[in-house]
Ligand binder design. Structure first.
Ligand code: CMP
Length: 394
């Protein structure tokens, strides 16, 4: 088949799907037609069309990068590789991944920084808040070992929380470093006043964010933070509640704005980007099964793409954060919320009952449980669907 269709381009990807019922792994070729945002799938094993070409305006080309998980007719598909040379050649540079780190001094402004990341055209592929030990910081910056600033830098990096991210964009390495501005925040204010370091940094050590200097170091630095699931875990799992910034808001690139609003009233003590399989989402929402008529629609939304989960605590540490955060979110139906509680998160960012912007823990006694569910598990949608099914079969 021609890759140029005469009506835009056709890009091909190899994807896999784990059938949670049979444990079979299916391999498909997925074709994406830019002209009408349509998708077609080919079953590789049985050598036949699996899904006839049909328009999916909710899926954009930039969401189809290696490692991405996309939800199609309740199937969680993982993009494994490019399906042809044309797609690799055209998309590889355009979907470059770089590593970004919000340093301890940038944490108070992480909502604004994440908002700048989205508004400058990056997608966030992975995100995790961590607490580095001095030894971790020394390892991460070992290339600078022996330099005069090394000791101060590594002590500073271990002095508070960090947020590690993999960012995807065209020429991501260069573009992220440009957005950061000069290393020294004071220079940045003179030379590039709109850069992240000019806006949020203090000096050379406390310069708000880090960015990899090459594709090779991006890979190494990303592995350092994301390979070991328990690395630097910072969830407190006490006196906390859970907030999930739902997939539709992550997709719309407004997660940073929500984080910024949350930080004005609450402490965020852990944060992670997670992708649920449908079984993960059903397990998470289990208490609503048979209670809420919208249970299946809620499960579908939560498993429709990556979301950002946050462990939230009250700033003063007093009272139960579950109830204060629920107040802040507003009633579950965003449409009603806009009438009765117009200043809440769900009124501002939700659309309806299902796409209501954020999930927050409902019952005061469930805050720790829900945080444990998210921050004590690893959610590889591919593996977890299998674990979940095994568990249910026992
Ligand atoms: P970062 O992007 O994290 O990568 C290495 C870090 O070393 C850099 O940001 C600065 O925080 C720090 N650094 C580099 N040069 C100097 C310097 N001359 N003085 C102090 N710190 C520096």
């Amino acid at each position: 088949m021609d890759t140029r269709t005469g009506e835009g381009c056709r890009f091909a990807f190899n994807v896999r799907w784990l059938d949670p019922n049979t444990h079979l792994i299916w391999h498909y070729q997925l074709f994406y037609y830019t002209h009408d945002q349509s998708i077609e799938m080919f079953d590789i094993k049985n050598q036949r069309i699996f899904l006839k070409r049909v328009s999916h305006p909710e899926i954009h080309l930039e969401h189809l990068y290696l490692g991405a998980s996309i939800s199609l007719y309740s199937r969680q598909l993982i993009i494994e590789s490019y399906g042809d040379e044309f797609s690799r050649k055209h998309l590889q540079g355009f979907q470059e991944t770089t590593f970004a780190l919000i340093k301890p001094d940038g944490i108070k402004n992480m909502g604004r920084i994440i908002d700048l990341i989205f508004s400058n055209g990056f997608l966030i592929k992975e995100l995790r808040m961590c607490k580095l030990s001095v030894e971790d910081a020394r390892n991460f910056y070992k290339i600078h070992s022996g330099k005069p600033f090394y000791e101060a830098l590594t002590q500073f990096m271990a002095s508070g929380l960090c947020v590690a991210m993999d960012l995807v964009a065209e020429n991501a390495v260069r573009r992220w470093r440009t957005l950061l501005g000069p290393t020294n925040s004071q220079d940045a204010r003179d030379r590039d006043p709109n850069s992240i370091r000019a806006l949020f940094g203090t000096d050379s050590t406390q310069n708000a964010c880090h960015g990899s200097d090459s594709l090779e170091s991006a890979k190494q630095e990303s592995d350092f933070f994301f390979r070991d699931r328990n690395f630097g875990s910072c969830a407190r799992l006490e006196n906390c509640t859970l907030c999930i910034i739902k997939p539709h808001l992550v997709f719309d690139g407004v997660a940073g704005q929500v984080i910024d609003l949350v930080l004005k009233k609450f402490d965020v003590t852990a944060m992670e980007m997670v992708t649920f399989s449908q079984p993960n989402a059903a397990e998470f929402y289990e208490i609503y099964k048979g209670v809420l008529p919208d249970f299946h629609a809620m499960v579908h939304e939560l498993a429709s793409g990556p979301f950002i989960a946050m462990e939230i605590s009250n700033k003063d540490g007093q009272g139960n954060p579950v109830s204060s955060f629920r107040e802040f979110c507003g009633p579950p139906d965003s449409q009603a919320c806009r009438i009765v509680r117009p200043n809440t998160l769900r009124a501002k960012y939700g659309i309806n009952k299902i796409k209501n912007g954020v999930h927050c823990t409902d019952l005061p006694e469930d805050g720790v449980l829900e945080c444990k569910f998210i921050f004590k598990h690893s959610f590889n949608p591919f593996v977890d669907a299998m674990e979940y099914t095994n568990h249910n079969l026992r």
